[in-house]
Design a protein around this ligand. Structure first.
Ligand code: CTP
Length: 403
């Protein structure tokens, strides 16, 4: 007898979501469509966890199905992808649902994005293109068996046994980003890879690495993994030698050390602190197509590592060395070199500011721009070594210069 989780849905999902799904169900019945909840949301319902996305798969054409919902005024379409025939729609109560047509995929080049070979295939065919058994569960939204879980691949058993298992032996060759997805799910749910999946992953990492893969997917998964700010994810990433996947190094750092610094100094790009300790191949960094601010972190790390001073004698030297660098890069520099000056900068020196500005000095009678710059720098030096602490003392210092 198949497992029915309608009760579970009622307990976990909001009334607005339940209503939206009922409207989908009614429309499917009226127009002879078969529709299913699919992937993460079914897994999360079974795990009694909150899910972020609601994915519905339509056996057939999901865009056509969405238009039927719109005709009845049940939702508005936000986005349509006409090649893949997917659509995002919003229902009452701001409930967003992603609709996808069932599809079969084929990977012509290993590690690259797949090519769709058939849209509107059976649910069973759609399920086989997926990553892990726990993500390949569907739940019927059809009137006759609403709430029934459809499990073609043993996903329920694996959920119960806390196992992450691929659907076939070629899975990591097709999409190596699944190696990082396994890490993400293992950390999130405290699951483990089954022995065969672990062996396939190790085989891929040691023998089948190649630089010609979809870096977009890898980047997206790295971002999700390391944004968790989890010491465990980082430690597992190193122990499983996942850094080899991105041609990185093993910096022999403990995740807890990174997490402690991240929690203390609050960098904006948490994930890049973790990644920054690992990536050191300029060609690979280029492949990630980082945004301008993300790139600055990597160029700052490079600057700090290449120019790092053997002696930083004064606070002023330390200040000048780090002043224009991102917090992320300074943390990475500390982790890689253990130079305490980096922490002194983050903790104390970076907070020190000259309070007077150029205009105020000008108003006191110094007109020459270069001279003003030099005075500001001298005040900074004095503030950094503690001989000046207050604005009134800065003013006195400028006055002494005028005399
Ligand atoms: N999927 C896959 N291979 C990938 C990415 C996704 O097979 N490289 C499939 C999985 O079946 C997954 C579904 O697409 O369940 C949706 O992907 P995504 O939203 O990334 O994953 P979720 O499982 O929904 O996880 P999350 O809870 O993080 O959203």
């Amino acid at each position: 007898m198949s497992l029915n989780i309608e009760k579970q849905m009622k307990a976990q999902l909001s009334d607005d979501i339940l209503n939206a799904l009922k409207l989908c169900s009614q429309t499917a019945a009226e127009h002879d469509f078969k529709i299913y909840l699919i992937g993460g949301i079914v897994r999360d319902l079974l795990l009694k966890r909150k899910s972020i996305d609601i994915d519905v798969t339509v056996e057939g054409d999901a865009v056509k199905f969405c238009h039927l919902l719109v005709e009845k005024n049940y939702c508005k379409i936000l986005q349509v992808q006409s090649e893949l025939k997917t659509a995002k729609a919003v229902f009452d109560g701001d409930v967003e649902i992603d609709f996808a047509s069932t599809r079969q995929e084929f990977y012509p080049h290993r590690g690259h994005l797949p090519v769709v070979v058939k849209i509107g295939c059976s649910l069973q065919e759609d399920v086989y293109r997926r990553d892990f058994t726990i993500n390949s569960l569907a739940m019927s939204l059809n009137k006759q068996d609403y709430g029934n879980v459809i499990d073609y691949v043993g996903g329920i058993k694996d959920l119960n046994n806390k196992k992450i298992r691929v659907l076939h032996d070629n899975s990591f060759n097709e999409d190596p980003s699944r190696i990082l997805r396994a890490l993400k799910f293992a950390a999130r749910f405290n699951f483990h890879r089954d022995a065969h999946t672990k062996a396939l992953q190790e085989k891929y990492i040691t023998t089948q690495r190649h630089k010609d893969i979809s870096w977009t997917r890898i980047k997206s998964e790295l971002k999700q993994c390391f944004s968790l700010n989890s010491a465990k994810v980082y430690d597992m990433f190193l122990v499983n030698e996942n850094y080899k996947l991105i041609y990185g190094r093993n910096p022999e750092i403990k995740g807890l050390e990174i997490k402690t610094l991240v929690d203390k100094y609050n960098p904006y790009y948490v994930w890049l602190v973790y990644l920054g300790t690992i990536l050191n191949d300029a060609n690979i960094i280029e492949q990630f197509c980082f945004t301008r601010s993300e790139k600055k972190i990597f160029s700052d790390i490079e600057y700090l590592m290449n120019n790092h001073l053997s002696m930083m004698n004064s606070n002023y030297d330390i200040y000048k060395f780090f002043a224009k660098r991102t917090t992320e890069s300074i943390i990475v520099y500390y982790l890689l070199t253990q130079r305490k000056e980096a922490l002194k900068y983050l903790e104390n020196l970076s907070l020190i500011r000259v309070e007077l500005n150029g205009d105020e000095i000008k108003a006191m009678g110094i007109q020459n721009g270069r001279e003003i710059g030099e005075i500001l720098d001298e005040i900074l030096k004095k503030k950094l070594n503690g001989t000046i602490t207050k604005k009134s003392e800065e003013i006195e210092f400028v006055k002494s210069k005028i005399k």
